[in-house]
Design a protein. Structure first.
Length: 103
């Protein structure tokens, strides 16, 4: 069976540690973090880093992922399959681009 804790610890040892992050926390927060780290079999530092990393990745993923309603999906696909004619402003912008870029 895989040992994710050991893998995490090994990955942390092999990474270059060029940056430092400091935070002031309450005694109660540190005790909770320390207890959770011990339950996971991690050092406090490894626990904090892995926890923050997991939450950060989740937040980034949630904000980068576009979730469309069924109606939005249908409108999107319909527009891809049957695009509207370019407006006069879009045509003028394309013409300016071609002139400026020498295309």
């Amino acid at each position: 069976m895989a040992d994710p804790v050991g893998q995490n610890r090994q990955a942390n040892l092999t990474r270059s540690k060029a940056e430092r992050l400091e935070a002031r926390i309450s005694k109660e927060q540190k005790e909770i973090f320390q207890r959770a780290a011990e339950i996971q079999g991690q050092t406090l530092t490894d626990f904090v880093i892995s926890s923050v990393m997991n939450v950060a990745k989740q937040i980034i993923q949630e904000n980068e992922m576009m979730i469309l309603s069924r109606q939005d999906q249908e409108v999107f696909v319909e527009t891809l399959l049957n695009p509207p004619e370019p407006s006069a402003k879009l045509k003028a912008a394309a013409q300016r681009y071609e002139q400026n870029m020498g295309v």
